[in-house]
Write a protein that binds this ligand. Structure first.
Ligand SMILES: [Zn+2]
Length: 284
C-alpha cells in the first residue's frame, strides 16, 4: 500500500485579491527596441558578446519561475520574452511533448534554462508501481538527451505527488525532487491579471513559482510580470541558481518543507474527478 504525500501549496482565490500589483496593472511597458545593428562589413570579425555575469543569489534577491507540462504550444513566445528580459526559467518537461515539439526543448537548453523531468505521460506516481515510475522517468531522460544533448537534472512528479517509490526512483537516477512554494493558479483562472496578482502575492526571495506554458494567459502576461519582478528587485533565475538548490542530493525534496506544507491550499490540479481537465496536458 502506498502513502502519498500530497503536496498542497499556495493557492486561494486570486480573483478577489487587491494587491499593490493591481495599481500597476495598466502600465504595460512596450518591448524595448533591440540594440542598433552594427554596420560591420561582412569581412569584419564579429566580436563575441560579453557573457552576462552569473547572478549570485547569495548576494541579490532571486526568484525561480518554473513551467510544467511542456514544451507547451506557446513555449516559443515565452522563450522570446525570457530572452528579452534576461530571465532564466526552469521547464519541467513531459517526454511525450519533447517528442512532439523537439525544437522548443532544444531552444530551452540552448538558451540556458534548466530542464526537469516531469514524466512521459503525466500519471500520478502514487498510483503506479515503481517499475512504471522508473519507465516514465527513464523515457523522458532519454528523449530529452536525444533532442537537446543534455539530461534533465531534477524531477518534479506530476501533480507534485510523491511517495517512497518516487524517492527510490529519484535515488536510482541520482536526481533531486523539485516542487514549489508559490503558485500562480494559472491553470484555474486563465486570467492574466489573476495570474499576475497571484504570482506577485506569492513572490519571495529564493521562491519557486509554479506556472504552465500551455496556459496562453501565462505567456501573455509574462512581459508585464517580469517587468514588475525586476522593479521589486528580483533576479529571475533557473532553480539551479538558487542557493539552497546547489547542494541537493539524490531524492532530496526542494524547496525544504514543500512536500509537508499543510497550511497552504492546493495550487495544483489534483486530477480528481471534479478537477477541470484540459486535454492533452493539464495539471502540474
Ligand atoms: Zn504537470
Amino acid at each position: 500500500m502506498k502513502f502519498p504525500i500530497r503536496t498542497v501549496l499556495a493557492g486561494g482565490c486570486a480573483l478577489s485579491l487587491l494587491t499593490a500589483a493591481s495599481a500597476a496593472w495598466g502600465a504595460e511597458r512596450s518591448a524595448p527596441a533591440g540594440a542598433a545593428k552594427p554596420s560591420a562589413t561582412p569581412t569584419a570579425t564579429a566580436k563575441p558578446k560579453p557573457k552576462p555575469k552569473p547572478v549570485d543569489c547569495a548576494k541579490v534577491k532571486c526568484i525561480a519561475l518554473t513551467f510544467d507540462d511542456g514544451p507547451g504550444k506557446y513555449a516559443d513566445k515565452l522563450l522570446d520574452t525570457l530572452k528579452k528580459h534576461g530571465a532564466k526559467a526552469t521547464f519541467f518537461l513531459e517526454g511525450q511533448y519533447v517528442k512532439s515539439r523537439p525544437a522548443f526543448a532544444k531552444r530551452m537548453v540552448a538558451e540556458g534554462h534548466d530542464i526537469g523531468n516531469h514524466s512521459y505521460t503525466h500519471p500520478k506516481f502514487t498510483e503506479i508501481p515503481l517499475e512504471n515510475i522508473r519507465e516514465e522517468l527513464k523515457k523522458t531522460q532519454d528523449i530529452v538527451k536525444k533532442v537537446t544533448g543534455k539530461y534533465p537534472t531534477m524531477i518534479r512528479p506530476p501533480y507534485g505527488l510523491l511517495d517512497d517509490d518516487t524517492k527510490t526512483a529519484a535515488t536510482e537516477m541520482k536526481m533531486p525532487i523539485v516542487l514549489w512554494n508559490g503558485g500562480s493558479r494559472d491553470w484555474a483562472t486563465k486570467n492574466e491579471k489573476a495570474i499576475y496578482d497571484e504570482v506577485l502575492k506569492n513572490a519571495k526571495r529564493d521562491g519557486v513559482i509554479l506556472m504552465h506554458d500551455w496556459v496562453t494567459q501565462t505567456v501573455l502576461v509574462m512581459p508585464k510580470l517580469l517587468t514588475e519582478l525586476k522593479k521589486r528587485g528580483y533576479h529571475v533565475v533557473a532553480v539551479s541558481s538558487l542557493p539552497g538548490a546547489k547542494s541537493l542530493k539524490p531524492a532530496d525534496v526542494y524547496p525544504a518543507g514543500a512536500a509537508e506544507d499543510k497550511d497552504l491550499s492546493s495550487d495544483s490540479p489534483t486530477g480528481d474527478a471534479d478537477t477541470p481537465v484540459e486535454a492533452p496536458a493539464d495539471g502540474t
